[in-house]
Design a protein around this ligand. Structure first.
Ligand code: PHE
Ligand code: CO
Length: 288
């Protein structure tokens, strides 16, 4: 299979990674023995840096599941994680060469299989990487797959994506994924917490998302979210806050067909905009 441009949200890039040795469903072998000692060490440094940022900022469900990865001191074997993940929520992770086409991505999610990129970023990309790599995919996404409600949401998202393909709705689904799975915030009795993988695997956005005064934090509203553009080249200007994972699952369970029509008929909302009736959550003070 050759390397083809893949649309990812609102961007189109030629992904890096070896697409010559994957199957028709884009899965491949992890080839764990090929990781070098330097890569294991880099992975451990990324892990340590993020761990130090998480207390009081990442949601409880994420923090509690993280030890299941057994990824603190080296790159884990996906097969080992799968023994625990299967037992917890009947999900598994599968190796992929990098970004994959949307149809392949949706099919995997619908089958409770989460694609994890096999390659790790270079040392000079420690702070910032353009495409998702092994660290982002594994550290950012896999812990919440141990959370039953969130795990069900991910499967529903995959099924919804397959269904939406004929409906010119992929742009809306990409926004939903972006503002929940990648950049979502969640309200807890202790204050706002992070559940989005794009934030949790980022050195700088953890703090920015919760405390920057320059950013909007608004409550999750599905139609509002579907109309909202997002940024791919900087920290987010808007974050959506859910009350719990049940809310996320329930709000997205109805048939989206009429909602896509509604969203398409209304103007787009720029990243960082605040609507007249909307409340911007105060920057929470308890972990400053
Ligand atoms: N309920 C959506 C539909 O009918 C599917 C979906 C579920 C999409 C969860 C995204 C997330 O299209
Ligand atoms: Co991601």
């Amino acid at each position: 299979m050759s390397s083809v441009p893949v649309t990812y949200g609102e961007a189109s890039i030629t992904p890096r990674g070896d697409y010559a040795h994957c199957d028709a469903d884009y899965t491949c072998a992890q080839q764990w023995a090929r990781y070098t000692p330097q890569e294991h060490e880099l992975f451990a440094r990324l892990y340590a840096r993020q761990m130090a940022l998480l207390p009081g900022r990442a949601c409880e469900e994420f923090v509690r599941a993280l030890p299941h990865l057994q990824a603190r001191s080296s790159i884990p074997r996906f097969d080992d994680i799968n023994v625990r993940l299967k037992a917890a929520t009947d999900w598994e992770i599968v190796a992929v060469p990098g970004l994959i086409p949307e149809a392949a991505f949706f099919s995997l999610l619908a089958a409770r299989r989460f694609p994890v990129t096999v390659w790790l970023r270079k040392p000079e990309e420690f702070d910032y990487i353009v495409e998702p790599d092994l660290f982002h995919d594994l550290f950012g996404h896999v812990p919440l797959l141990f959370e039953p409600r969130f795990a069900d949401y991910m499967q529903a998202f995959g099924a919804g994506g397959l269904k939406a393909q004929g409906q010119h709705a992929l742009q809306f689904l990409a926004r939903l994924y972006w503002y929940t799975v990648e950049f979502g915030l969640i309200r807890t009795p202790q204050g706002l917490r992070i559940y989005g993988a794009g934030i949790l695997s980022s050195g700088g956005e953890v703090e920015h998302s919760l405390h920057s005064p320059q950013t909007r934090r608004v409550r999750f509203d599905l139609l509002r979210l579907l109309r909202s553009r997002y940024r791919i080249d900087s920290y987010q200007a808007t974050y959506f806050i859910i009350d719990n994972f049940q809310q996320l699952f329930d709000a997205t369970a109805p048939d989206f067909t009429p909602l896509y029509d509604q969203a398409a008929a209304l103007p787009e909302i720029e990243a960082g905009a605040l609507l007249p009736d909307e409340v911007d959550e105060k920057v929470s003070a308890e972990t400053v």
